[in-house]
Design a protein around this ligand. Structure first.
Ligand SMILES: [Zn+2]
Length: 63
């Protein structure tokens, strides 16, 4: 099954029986993100969370 990444337009072939393929069958194919982009997005999200956490930590240290 061929899928196209929504972020970098890379076309990948995924296993038809995989969880991702099953999910894509219920949703438009455009919701697919390749591993690279998924990692990039999660890294950014985690970075943001980490920064927020660190901010909270420094605030709590002042107390
Ligand atoms: Zn991608």
């Amino acid at each position: 099954m061929k899928v196209q990444c929504i972020l970098c337009d890379k076309i990948e072939v995924i296993n038809q029986d995989s969880i991702i393929a099953k999910r894509l069958r219920n949703r438009p194919i455009h919701t697919y993100m390749c591993e690279e982009c998924t990692n990039r997005v999660t890294e950014k999200a985690q970075e943001r969370l980490a920064k927020r956490k660190n901010g909270d930590d420094s605030t709590s240290e002042e107390w």
